[in-house]
Ligand binder design. Sequence first.
Ligand code: IPE
Ligand code: IPE
Ligand code: MG
Length: 244
Amino acid sequence: MQLDKKNIPQHVAIIMDGNGRWAKKQGMMRLFGHQAGVETVKKIVEAARETGISVLTLYAFSTENWKRPADEVSGLMSLLKTYLKSELANMLKNDVQLRSIGQLENLPVEVRQVLEQSITETADNKGLILNLALSYGGRIEIISVAGQLAELCLKGELKPEEIDEKIFSSKLYTAGLPDPDLLIRTGGEARLSNFLLWQASYAEIYFTETAWPDFTKDDLINAVTSFQQRQRRFGRTGDQVAEK
Ligand code: IPE
Ligand code: IPE
Ligand code: MG
């Protein structure tokens, strides 16, 4: 299948899963899988840019992942810090704009510092937007929007009946970004695990057995090709969509 350059998903979101099982299968520690996963991140960021994707959101750490053993959590945080430090030069060279969504205040301070620095330094880049979901949870995100809107109502700056999808979206972590068109989950599980619950309401979902450390540019292209073969109906009939 050839890739249709005129129908590239604008926003691709990936649940990067399967690192731990990938490592365990080889008799290695889970962290070895996460290290390999970082190498895949580097390759897929580049592949996304080459494919013409505008926004790539990567689910790197969920609000639930804090419940993992302390050494795995600290190993992941330290990998994240190293990745951010070592990739800044590449992001600048490749015109990648870094963003992040999630409860960033819960990240260790030294991770937050390099994260904020990279976000600031890449803010004017116009190529790919790389959006890292860190300590991210879809439910807590939605709850936070509810709180912000309630606050505005209490202050008399907003009426409950004025709340619509547009206002709601503008308070999400992803404000200003398009909703994901294609959501990929590697590692064989077919669930959302609290990822982009609001934003993914009409995303095309692609599940693959391939573990994240084994995921390649060709796998990304296969996912995009699958996306291109689907008819997005958004509630209409197939005939209505075909007429357009
Ligand atoms: C995904 O891989 C990475 C994170 C959640 C941080 P896992 O660590 O969940 O790997 P599996 O699912 O146990 O194989
Ligand atoms: C989802 O993977 C979170 C990330 C990939 C960061 P998990 O491995 O944490 O998901 P569950 O627990 O299997 O649903
Ligand atoms: Mg997992």
